[in-house]
Design a protein around this ligand. Sequence first.
Ligand code: NAP
Length: 334
Amino acid sequence: MKKIILPAYNKNILRAIYSLKVVDDKLPQPGKDEVLIKVHGAPCNPSDIAFMEGGYNVVKSLPAVPGFEGSGRIIDAGEGAEHLIGSKVSFFGQADCDGSWAEYVCVNKNEMVVLDNAMDMDQAACFAVNPFTARGLLDIALLRNNRTVVQNAAGGQVATFVRQMAGELNIQVIDIVRKRESMETLLKNGAQYVLLEDDEHFDKKLSELCLKLDARLAFDAVGGSLSGRIFNAMPDNAELVVYGGLSTKAISGVSTMDLIFNDKVISGFNLPAWRQQLDDDYFDEISHEMQQQFIQKNYQTRIQGSTGYENIVKGLTGYIRKMSEGKILIKPKV
Ligand SMILES: NC(=O)c1ccc[n+]([C@@H]2O[C@H](COP(=O)([O-])OP(=O)(O)OC[C@H]3O[C@@H](n4cnc5c(N)ncnc54)[C@H](OP(=O)(O)O)[C@@H]3O)[C@@H](O)[C@H]2O)c1
């Protein structure tokens, strides 16, 4: 089998990408409760970028095969998982072992979703993480009874799912983007409130909108000073939920007084932790509901293209230049 390996972490993402190598290896053997998947495809997500930079919370022994999620078919299984042979699956795993940028991968049977046969396998490659993340974030809004949410990196996939699911729940969204072209795309696609990060009146506009729409919950994928500006713009009792660190900067500029006197809080969201606290039946129900939305094409991950292993450098550099245009799928063969 062929697989892609990262020989060393590198803070310079371009150098990390250029260091990726395609190598041959023997087929891995599934252990107890594990399955062997013939991979259809796997996306490159921001978490993979952070992983290759050595800046993610998952650190693997090197050299390692990157890729935390993907789709494929189970072709073999260890003890306790034999009944799954033949199933189509989406998988997501962060253990210290080879990831999804390979022709074959072993994963634990608890790290995957068995798919309806009608699921498109490209869409399935991006199913296990982002749609569930959007759902988990909106569960917070429902629990807090917030009818308006603020989100940044609004041209990205998680944010796109948040906007769509929020619409179905009658939750309004205030979107924040960093590029004017993303603002135009969002407005063209029906987003109602879109702010540009570097608008000179950004803070004032956001604060007025938050007051007007009673926005007391924000989903933050960026970090850095933007987090502080969003936090400060929200009214009393607001919560900033941090789920990504795209800027790679520590959160800054947070009003100390707001934290002490105005009941405002900052919290974090992590998909695996959210999944762990869910009842299995509830998770299966959500998974089934969402698969039906994908099969009916109501939900779709934007995919800007696919790349074979031999063109991985071109594929990944293209993705990091224009992330809002969609995922790049890494496939054994295109
Ligand atoms: N906590 C969790 O469990 C969890 C789960 C899933 C995803 N995430 C996180 O969610 C975030 C979004 O993931 P995704 O898959 O939706 O991303 P994506 O579709 O690949 O898009 C990334 C988006 O972020 C924007 N962006 C990139 N760097 C930025 C920066 N420094 N400042 C502002 N905007 C920036 C991009 O805009 P441009 O087009 O302008 O580049 C693009 O719209 C990532 O941080 C990811 O790690 C977390």
